[in-house]
Design a protein around this ligand. Structure first.
Ligand SMILES: Nc1ncnc2c1ncn2[C@@H]1O[C@H](COP(=O)(O)OP(=O)(O)OP(=O)(O)O)[C@@H](O)[C@H]1O
Length: 461
């Protein structure tokens, strides 16, 4: 079609050249797409899945800023339009062992249905970029495809499953995952054509857990209490069990093992999966294999190979992924755009608590004379009450279900209602400008200012 007067025709629009790939059974096509480029993929024939979620035939899926793989059990043909940074066909994958793990979990779920006990509580451990999140995504997708309703728990603050980075969350999956977005969407993550899921979110505000801080372990406990009571209250969810993703940092010995012990006991973990590390596997085997959990149950430790497709992501890629997650939180995605407006409020309307830089504050507390002797000093290790300052510019604050005057413990243990960005601090007028997500009123709640991520820049469009 040509446009009158402009001498333009449809053929002047950029056309993405399409290439067709034939995948043999049990192989995968791995691809990486840079931020700023888009690659469109269409399944022409056969069956294919992305981290366990099936692709529909003839539907176009768009990817940007992604590293992933399309796997086929029985062979397929896909059409790919656009430029990938990296792409290749791989015939060696650990998918059979991943599927075997899924079937073993299914047997435990069937047993749970007949005995009335909880289904498997699965903890996934491994070094950074070993493919832990991809495995949890795949196991979640396979469980929902088998008609289960597992609770998926994210204990990796860098990840932000159905929430933003900096938070820990738990959500019950009852429907398919989103091929393009992975976990799909929630009210604290943005809109989606896939049914909205309501995650339970707690705020950590730092990149890596610290066994010595007074925030990480207590909020893991809060999540565990909520998840285990959900398993008790809803038998379908209960027999499906839970799948727990973890940060790579805790799999590196010392303080990390202390955190692993904490997670295992709080979630009554009975299946511990180690991905891609012989040494960690042997340490976990020694510590946990055969350990009794409740009546008649013991923990089983198993090892899985790392997929050759699981790749290291450089800091620039991770920074851009984080920024994209926050932009999606505030502005939605092309399927459903949102238009939040910044709003101004007085300093006196907000009560802000700062997440301390735990490593330095914790170490300081161990120095002679620096020991936390009284309650006030102990509480400083949780949060510090602060007045708005220019350092907060572009900072992310979590709005939690607690009053500004509650104790730091109460504020830490409160779940998140939403996140805001501070876009301007006017010290002279004592006013703040804030970017809230659509629908979030800034009531007189406690706000927690995280120390990470600190490199997002201004998100206002
Ligand atoms: N089979 C695969 N083919 C292509 N890319 C893959 C494959 N498996 C994983 N990836 C990609 O490799 C990267 C690292 O994987 P993943 O996020 O699952 O690791 P992780 O162990 O959870 O990392 P972290 O320790 O940072 O949380 C991700 O970008 C993921 O999409």
């Amino acid at each position: 079609m040509s446009l009158p007067g402009l001498q333009l025709s449809a053929s002047d629009e950029p056309v993405l050249s399409a290439v067709v790939h034939h995948l043999t059974e049990g192989s995968e096509w791995r691809f990486e797409v840079a931020f700023g480029s888009t690659v469109e993929i269409k399944l022409l024939s056969g069956n294919a899945e992305l981290f366990g979620t099936e692709l529909a035939q003839k539907q176009t899926y768009s990817f940007s800023g992604t590293k992933a793989a399309i796997y086929t059990w029985h062979g397929c043909t896909i059409e790919v339009a656009g430029e990938c940074q990296v792409e290749y066909l791989a015939e060696e994958t650990p998918m059979i062992s991943y599927a075997n793990l899924h079937f073993a979990l299914e047997r435990k779920r069937d047993e749970a249905v007949s005995t009335g006990q909880d289904g498997p509580r699965v903890l996934v451990l491994g070094p950074e970029d070993a493919g832990k999140t991809s495995l949890v995504k795949l196991l979640t997708a396979y469980a929902t495809r088998s008609g289960r309703q597992p609770v998926t728990v994210n204990l990796d603050p860098k990840e932000g499953i159905l929430s933003v980075p900096g938070s820990l969350s738990a959500v019950t999956f009852s429907s398919i995952l989103d091929v393009e977005e992975g976990w799909g969407s929630s009210p604290v993550n943005g809109p989606s054509p896939i049914p909205v899921m309501l995650p339970l979110v707690y705020y950590y505000g730092q990149a890596n857990p610290d066994s010595g801080d007074r925030i990480y372990k207590p909020i893991v406990t809060r999540l565990a209490v909520a998840v285990l009571s959900k398993l008790q209250d809803d038998r379908h969810v209960g027999s499906s069990g839970c799948l727990i993703d973890t940060p790579g940092a805790i799999s590196q010995g010392k303080g990390g093992y202390d955190i692993i012990q904490h997670i295992v006991s709080e979630f009554s973990v009975n299946v511990l999966v180690v991905v891609g590390s012989e040494r960690l596997y042997s340490d976990m085997l020694r510590r946990f294999n055969g350990q009794p959990i409740g009546i008649g149950e013991t923990t089983t430790v198993i090892k899985l190979d790392r997929s050759g497709g699981s790749v290291d992501r450089d800091e620039d890629f991770l920074r851009r992924s984080r920024k994209a997650q926050f932009l999606r939180y505030f502005y939605g995605d092309p399927k459903m755009e949102l238009h939040p407006r910044t709003t101004e409020c007085d300093f006196s309307h907000v009560t802000i608590y700062r997440v301390p830089n735990t490593t330095s504050d914790f170490l300081a507390s161990l120095l002679p004379g620096g020991e936390a002797e009284d309650d006030a000093a102990t509480q400083r290790l949780i949060y510090e009450k602060v007045v708005p300052s220019p350092q907060m510019q572009n900072g992310i604050l979590a709005v939690v279900q607690a009053d500004g005057n509650d104790t730091p413990e109460h504020i830490r243990d409160a779940s998140v209602i939403g996140f805001v960005q501070i876009t301007e601090v006017d010290e002279k007028r004592k006013k703040l400008r804030i970017l809230p997500p659509i629908g979030l009123q800034l009531p007189r709640r406690a706000l927690i200012w995280g120390s990470w991520p600190s490199d997002l820049g201004e998100l206002v469009r």
